[in-house]
Design a protein around this ligand. Structure first.
Ligand code: ZN
Length: 153
């Protein structure tokens, strides 16, 4: 899923749970579970990881990250009473797995390899068996989900 989608899910978890530790853990677990849904990034990942064509993946991720920041800024400025720490922790937990993947891509650290395997076990669980959906459909679907989630807050 996009960072924006993970962040929106983390925000809803943070508002719902209200506890930073629980929010972080539930947010991180949500990342793995939500990533199981085929979400159109298989071709982008293949071009990045196998064909070493980085431009598309870097552009997509940069735009996604900036939109995620806007969503987080918007959510954190809502006039709703909640624990800011719980909100931040749940969002941090929900996007953290992709940070670890990026750190591994950058460092190739052997200490992160187990986490990468765990992440892609979930990420590829259904898309490897049944195929992926088109990226455009996935982006539209995720945009709708983000709007719906933000309306829950
Ligand atoms: Zn992920």
């Amino acid at each position: 899923m996009t960072i924006t989608t993970h962040a929106a899910i983390g925000a809803v978890i943070g508002f719902s749970v209200g506890n930073p530790v629980a929010g972080f853990i539930i947010g991180m677990c949500s990342h793995f579970l939500v990533d199981m849904i085929p979400h159109g990034d298989s071709n982008l990942a293949k071009k990045f990881r196998i064909q070493k064509k980085k431009r598309g993946a870097v552009t997509f991720t940069t735009i996604d990250a900036v939109i995620a920041i806007y969503v987080i800024l918007g959510v954190s400025n809502l006039p709703i009473p909640t624990s800011d720490v719980a909100l931040s922790a749940a969002i941090a937990g929900s996007i953290m797995p992709d940070l670890v993947i990026g750190l591994h891509d950058l460092t190739k650290s052997k200490y992160l390899k187990w986490f990468v395997k765990l992440h892609f076990f979930f990420h590829d669980f259904f898309s490897k068996k049944y195929g992926d959906i088109k990226l455009g459909y996935a982006i539209i679907g995720q945009a709708v989900i983000v709007v719906l989630l933000l309306n829950l807050i």
